[in-house]
Write a protein that binds this ligand. Structure first.
Ligand code: MRU
Length: 345
């Protein structure tokens, strides 16, 4: 059974604690939005779609615990909580998308009890939809992959980055479900090692052939012909096809281009930001200790200056296709992305 990353059961949010993987598959239970905000910030839950649904569940916990007596009071309380949840991680567009969606339905409620019901049911529906969307995306993307492909992926865009099934790894799952043999090469993904801790763990868990390389071996692996396709997820995709994803994605795309290896991105329509320009996107900067120590052991001298951006931008000219639940956008992306959204209205 594919892992279920985040779930709502009887007014409790249950999540896999991803900071404990791969050593322990442990679940945490939360009944307060503050814990959800902490879980997102500290990477207990991470990955663009998973943090979107978690944010929605945060607002659902907020309404379920609220003592507000009037609609206006409840909406004011929710706006404040939305901001706290929103501020946890700035780059993935899905978080803001999910919080806005919940606030919009909340505003349509006519009474406190109606708002509570509608917020909780919408958040639960978003979690269900996430799995269906990933499965559709998987089906759409699987046609791009052949029997015996060896596919590189970076970071974790799998079940653990979504409610379940995954985006990039969902395409890998669907390819395998279609009866094709497929091997995955996962990059370690320093500094927090989503590749070795999470992608390697979840693919092994599901019996999908996976091997691990250090980030520094991407060039070596491609130059040796040990990989013939790349697929990654995305935290934000612009109208122009610029893709923001885990730091290091840009390097993988550059090297893939140099070796003529097609580089694909898989992401739901909720990961698109059709308004921003590349320079508007805030790149999250994370704490220095992610870089100056490994598992609590010092790996750099004291007081060293550190630059630790969590994401980078891959320009459209490095991308062969963007796989979504509504179809595959191919270059030129400005046109093909517009068409996808028009067809999906
Ligand atoms: O910092 P993280 O672990 O949240 O970064 C996640 C990624 O960059 C994923 O590739 C991305 O969210 C795609 S999600 C299916």
């Amino acid at each position: 059974m594919t892992l279920k990353t985040v779930e709502w059961k009887n007014n409790v949010v249950i999540m896999i604690d991803q900071t404990k993987l791969p050593s322990k598959l442990e679940y945490v239970k939360y009944t307060n939005y503050k814990d959800i905000a902490y879980a997102i910030k500290s990477l207990i839950v991470r990955g663009a779609p998973a943090i979107g649904v978690s944010g929605a569940f945060g607002l659902a916990l907020a309404v379920s615990n609220s003592k507000s007596k009037t609609k206006e009071e409840l909406l004011t309380e929710l706006e404040k909580i939305k901001k706290i949840l929103y501020d946890t991680r700035p780059t993935a567009v899905n978080l803001g998308w999910a919080l806005d969606k919940i606030m919009n339905v909340a505003k349509q409620g006519t009474s406190v009890s109606e708002i509570k019901d509608i917020v909780i049911s919408t958040a639960k529906q978003m979690a269900e939809d996430d799995i269906q969307i990933n499965m559709k995306m998987g089906k759409n993307g699987a046609i791009l992959f052949e029997n015996n492909d060896i596919v590189m992926t970076h970071c974790n865009a799998g079940a653990l980055a979504t409610v379940s099934y995954g985006t990039a790894l969902g395409v890998i799952r669907a390819t395998k479900e279609n009866g094709k043999k497929i091997k995955v090469i996962a990059t370690e993904t320093r500094p927090v090692q989503q590749g070795s801790r999470l992608t390697a763990f979840e693919l092994q868990h599901d019996g999908i052939d996976v091997s691990l390389i250090p980030d520094t071996a991407v060039g070596y692996t491609m130059a040796k012909g040990l990989v013939n396709k790349v697929i990654v997820g995305a935290d934000r995709i612009l109208r122009t096809g610029h893709v923001f994803n885990k730091i290091g994605t840009y390097q993988v795309a550059l090297i893939a281009k140099q070796h003529g290896i097609p580089f694909y991105v898989a992401a739901p329509l909720s990961s698109f930001d059709l308004k921003s320009k590349p320079e508007d996107v805030v790149i999250e900067q994370r704490k220095a200790d992610e870089l100056t120590s490994i598992a609590g052991k010092k790996t750099a001298p004291d007081n060293i200056d550190v630059l630790n951006p969590a994401f980078d931008m891959t320009p459209p000219e490095f991308i062969a296709g963007i796989i979504t639940e509504a179809g595959i956008a191919k270059p030129p992306f400005e046109e093909s992305i517009k068409k996808l959204f028009e067809a999906n209205k």
